[in-house]
Design a protein around this ligand. Structure first.
Ligand code: EPU
Length: 414
């Protein structure tokens, strides 16, 4: 497994080109299961999860006609096997589309992962409300229906992939669906907009209610995916932690308001234009109080990167993780680099130190890995981040982009 070796202490300055969003691209690729027509993207993120998703879709019958061009004339298999789901939880996103188009789906039940238990009960309850019969057998979700029918369903929690599964299923169901307490994340909004281009009758994206009138058939799609707001905030955090100045482009205004506000509270100067977001770090970062929440709240996917920032902020910061129950795995590793962090349940209290010192640290999940790289960039001496395959799942050319900003970072192949 590869490692990243970071020589800390460089002030990062410059521009970063932000790749398309992984968490939008994954469900967008699954839309190819809903239509016999062609589905194409201007570009796709070059990260491991997108490659895994393409392989799984190929197994289900999606042909790759060209680099970013796909077509599923017929569904060849309705089974998402354990070997794929185990590697990538987002495989659950094929459940709604398979059920809607083929009337059947067998998706391996995703297990927990490093950040929490991550149940899918809401996905299943919503599909049951649309008339599907769902059983759990031999580790598989076995779902079946003659024809899905529209329903009224209130989600217990605004789950992102749950909302997308229900919206994609309802798009081809018979009659009208009203989904309440749905996720409002920009990635969910994008799926609804793409479905509309495919001919779906759907409205309400970005609010807590989505209304869908099912149609018998959907058309093809030609789409440009939004920039990855989580990669974007990670590069800005690299600027903040190293006392630098970083500009990211492209940027979609309104997708990171809570993050921009917290960067300002850290003492950073933030300049937003319709196409870019620029951060200028202060002499020393200030302490902050932060709670993660569903959109428009502060994204849980940026929590670990902000914790890295607070390790060097003057005074005491608090971070509460309210979306996942176990997303503090970076804490023990940051402590090994000299950070002062106390954890009580879902709350971390961080007392800023003058400097971190380089160490060998272990990456536990995608965003935790990013926070360790960030900490390494600002630390005295050398940091080796082990097990970076987590990072490769969601960050495109991270080392090259950081090197362009002036970082000293190399990959060690093992
Ligand atoms: N939840 C339930 N029941 C369900 C579904 C979810 O209780 O049936 C709970 C979860 O246990 C969790 C909370 O709802 O506590 C939020 O989970 P959600 O379902 O929204 O997460 P997800 O859809 O599995 C997506 C992203 C994650 C991101 C979360 C939250 C994708 C492929 N994944 O996951 O991204 O953290 O939303 O915004 O879109 C990442 O990119 O690093 C990542 C983990």
């Amino acid at each position: 497994m590869d490692s990243l070796v970071v020589e800390g202490g460089q002030i990062l300055k410059g521009k970063v080109e932000v790749p398309p969003a992984k968490n939008a691209a994954l469900p967008l690729l699954c839309l190819s299961l809903l239509t016999a027509e062609k589905v194409s993207f201007e570009s796709l993120p070059d990260v491991a999860d997108i490659q895994s998703m393409q392989k799984m879709l190929e197994h289900l019958g999606v042909e790759k006609l060209d680099k970013n061009l796909f077509q599923c004339k017929t569904i060849k298999s309705v089974q998402a096997p354990y070997e794929w789901v185990r590697k990538m939880r987002a495989s659950i996103l094929v459940l709604g589309p398979l059920l809607a188009r083929a009337g059947r789906a067998e998706v391996s039940m995703p297990g927990g992962c490093a950040i929490g238990e991550r149940p899918v009960g809401i996905h299943l309850d919503g599909l049951r409300a649309m008339g599907a019969t769902i059983n759990l057998e031999n580790g598989y979700i076995q779902a079946e229906c003659k024809k899905l029918r529209g329903t009224k369903f209130v989600l217990d929690f605004p789950t992102v992939t749950g909302t997308i599964n229900l919206v994609t299923a309802a798009a081809l169901a018979e009659g009208e669906s009203l989904l309440e307490n749905v996720a409002c994340e920009p990635e969910v909004v994008e799926i609804v907009q793409a479905l509309r281009q495919m001919g779906a009758k759907i409205s309400g994206e970005g609010t807590s209610q989505i209304k869908i009138t099912g149609v018998p058939k959907l058309n093809g799609l030609k789409w440009q995916i939004q920039p990855d707001r989580i990669q974007l905030l990670t590069y800005l955090a690299a600027g903040a932690l190293t006392g630098g100045e970083v500009e990211c482009t492209p940027y979609r205004q309104g997708t990171l308001n809570a993050v921009v506000q917290k960067f300002r509270e850290l003492g950073c100067e933030m300049i937003e234009t319709s196409e870019s977001l620029r951060l200028k770090a202060p002499q020393r970062l200030k302490s902050i109080h932060l709670e993660t929440a569903p959109f428009p709240g502060f994204p849980t996917d940026g929590q670990a990167q902000f914790m890295a920032c607070t390790t060097l902020a003057a005074g005491s910061s608090t971070i509460r993780e309210l979306v996942f129950e176990n997303r503090f795995q970076h804490v023990a590793e940051l402590r090994r680099m000299g950070a002062k962090i106390e954890v009580d349940g879902n709350t971390a209290v961080i007392s800023g130190v003058d400097h971190l010192s380089g160490a060998s640290v272990m990456a536990s999940d995608l965003r935790a890995s990013a926070s360790l790289v960030l900490a390494g960039l600002s630390a005295h001496g050398k940091t080796k981040v082990l097990r970076v395959y987590h990072l490769d799942r969601g960050y495109e050319m991270l080392e090259a982009k950081l090197r362009k900003l002036g970082a000293k970072i190399t990959r060690e192949k093992e």
